[in-house]
Design a protein around this ligand. Structure first.
Ligand SMILES: Cc1cc2nc3c(=O)[nH]c(=O)nc-3n(C[C@H](O)[C@H](O)[C@H](O)COP(=O)(O)O)c2cc1C
Length: 381
């Protein structure tokens, strides 16, 4: 039985070829940012209050006028369908069942239309612009026509990061065959059989329409490699704002002035993030930046956060320090890798159960009751 996110990670690690485990688990350079993102939460404790039992903690949280069942959602993660065929649909379905937002990555195997056709009630779309502005415009139009209510623009990839595990392993989404890769596949037969039965190299569904009909997956990946991930400028944000009629969220900011600027340009909210330690290794953690950001933009701005969430307590700490909402990347990915859709249910259940227990144990009845005074800082910290 898996009782924690760490249990799910262990199971996922056994299932995945090493090249893919490292792609998910790894970070940039020395992985200092990655480690700190996880460890920062351990600095905080809760000083429990007893005598006023909270039988049923209320985890509901409202975002953009819609009430969700829990204060956390699914961060966008690229190539999820490579980790588990159909992965994006599985995560979407589990998120909808749990009534939490699911952000589809701009580099998903399933197309944005395929995911929207399943239901857009709880799905948001994350976009990476293309070098060709006409393609960017078209993707935004397609996301709007498909019915996504929220567009998330990720700004923290001005240049490819130095992810040394990926470089050492020769990771690329096309998973080119090599003797080492074949051995890795043979050592992880359950992943390999699923991968081969699903047709081998997966495509990037949203990018497929920009190639001639029937173009093979490797051509789509090559096209995307040439078009994808230009540095995002404030000019891009102005453009997205004018193209997108729904809510616009900017992801990957840390500096209070950048958050102020994003909101000044019409963003409806931000997700503070260091990309899970995968981009700038020496960036501070979003948790550390939260207080200054809050001070810069005031209590009413929508400030969300992701990075390093592995326990319900981590969610509670982020909320207590002023985050309006929290997103989880790897914690839920380990679920889908380890056990498909049921694994995501399990991961969501683990985090929900831990958070609910913490609320009962600290006498916190609702999410809005989390505040800085809920936290205890050890005198020597
Ligand atoms: C395997 C993987 C792929 C990711 N792909 C994307 C992506 O396509 N777009 C994006 O905005 N962020 C991406 N991220 C970053 C996540 O959205 C999120 O910021 C990060 O995972 C949070 O840290 P956590 O994994 O510790 O929760 C990715 C993260 C991982 C682990």
């Amino acid at each position: 039985m898996d009782h924690s996110i760490a249990d799910l990670e262990r199971r996922a690690k056994r299932y995945l070829p090493r090249v893919l485990y490292d792609y998910v688990a790894g970070g940039a350079e020395d992985e200092i940012g990655l480690r700190q993102s996880v460890q920062r939460y351990a600095r905080y404790q809760f000083l429990p209050r007893y005598g006023v039992p909270v039988a049923q903690p209320d985890l509901r949280t409202t975002l953009f006028g819609r009430t969700w069942s829990r204060p956390f959602g699914v961060a966008p993660t690229g190539y999820t369908g490579i980790l588990r065929p159909g992965g994006e649909s599985m995560v979407r379905a589990a998120a909808a069942r749990a009534d939490i937002p699911f952000i589809l990555s701009g580099v998903s195997v399933a197309s944005l239309e395929a995911i929207a056709a399943e239901a857009t009630v709880s799905s948001w779309y994350q976009v990476y612009p293309a070098r060709d502005h006409a393609i960017t415009q078209d993707i935004v139009r397609r996301a709007r026509d498909a019915g996504y209510p929220v567009l998330v623009v990720t700004m923290d990839m001005p240049r490819e990061a130095k992810r040394e595990r990926d470089w050492r392993n020769g990771f690329s989404p096309s998973l080119k065959y090599s003797p080492k890769r074949i051995l890795d596949g043979l050592l992880h037969p359950r992943w390999t059989v699923r991968h081969l039965l699903s047709g081998g190299v997966p495509t990037l569904g949203t990018w497929q329409p920009y190639l001639p009909p029937g173009a093979p997956a490797k051509d789509v990946l090559a096209f995307h490699a040439a078009q994808g991930f230009p540095a995002v400028s404030w000019e891009h944000i102005r453009n997205f704002r004018s193209l997108w009629p729904g809510q616009l969220v900017i992801k990957g900011l840390l500096h209070p002035e950048d958050v102020r600027r994003a909101i000044g340009l019409g963003a409806d909210g931000v997700i503070l993030s260091n990309h899970g330690g995968r981009q700038l290794d020496r960036a501070p953690t979003p948790l550390e930046c939260l207080a200054d950001v809050r001070q810069a933009v005031g209590p009413d701005a929508l400030v969300m956060l992701d990075g390093g969430i592995r326990r319900g307590a981590d969610i509670a700490i982020a909320l207590a320090l002023g985050a309006d909402y929290v997103f989880c990347g790897r914690a839920l990915l380990w679920g889908v890798i380890a056990n498909g859709e049921a694994g995501v249910d399990q991961a969501i259940h683990i985090l929900t159960d831990e958070l609910s227990r913490l609320m009962a144990q600290t006498g916190t009845a609702t999410i809005a009751d989390f505040a800085e005074h809920s936290l205890h800082r050890p005198k020597d910290a």
